[in-house]
Ligand binder design. Structure first.
Ligand code: SAM
Length: 219
């Protein structure tokens, strides 16, 4: 099935996503630098861009930068004066991301905070709330990231969590995989949180069988 899923993704990308030399070069830079190919796909990047547009986000928090591919998709949608803070623990990933963000012309509105995301979040102080939070780092920490996302949210903030289906393993309550346990707790916290209206979509495509959560902070 993987071959068919990829063919469909490629078809959708060809029909719907304008060719973009800058984004293609960002991906090429990531591969050349040896970063793992775990960036969002182009159709997912466009989805993130649409979410930024739909919520008219002016302040974005991204947890998990890699080489900044998803960062570029979202940062381009920011209005003048908008800001994106992206958190990355790996110094090589952060360095490549900074280069890519300069190359893509969005470095003026993006800050790459290098270090474990939890440490950065614990030291953000009285940062103004974010309009959109994209959680895409180490999955065992997803429950902690959700707590911080809620801490820095306001009514109307959109919280997106990537890679929550994990080839269907999300339904396995006795898994020993800490990433699966992390996303299970994350999803269960969302369901039990009265401040959130949440859903999740399972997806197939070039990235295999996975999915994402979408949660709206209620008024
Ligand atoms: N959002 C990126 C994109 O689509 O282009 C992909 C992010 S990749 C799936 C996850 C990233 O999270 C990796 O670069 C990894 O180094 C980073 N990461 C893992 N654990 C982290 C932590 N504790 N704090 C901050 N970043 C972390």
């Amino acid at each position: 099935m993987q071959q068919k899923w990829s063919m469909v993704d490629e078809y959708l990308e060809k029909q719907l996503i304008a060719e973009d030399e800058v984004l293609a070069q960002v991906l090429a830079n990531n591969r050349r630098a040896g970063l793992p190919g775990i960036d969002v796909s182009p159709v997912q990047g466009q989805l993130l861009a649409l979410f930024v547009r739909m919520v008219q986000a002016k302040r974005i928090l991204e947890i998990g930068t890699l080489g900044g591919y998803s960062t570029v998709w979202m940062a381009r949608e920011l209005p003048v004066g908008g800001e994106l803070l992206t958190l990355e623990a790996n110094p090589l990933h952060a360095a490549i991301a900074r280069e890519n963000l300069h190359f893509a012309g969005v470095a003026d509105r993006v800050t790459v905070a290098e270090g474990p995301a939890l440490h950065t979040l614990e030291n953000l102080g009285d940062h103004p709330p974010f309009d959109l939070v994209f959680i895409d780092a180490d999955k065992p920490n997803n429950p902690n990231y959700l707590k911080w996302a809620l801490h820095y949210a306001h009514p109307g903030t959109l919280i997106i969590g990537d890679n929550v289906v994990r080839n269907g393993e999300v339904t396995n309550p006795v898994t020993t995989d800490a990433s699966v346990q992390g996303v299970r707790t994350f999803i269960e916290m969302m369901g039990a949180e009265p401040r959130l209206t949440a859903t999740a979509m399972q997806t197939v495509g070039v990235k295999g069988w996975d999915g994402f959560t979408l949660a709206w902070v209620n008024a």
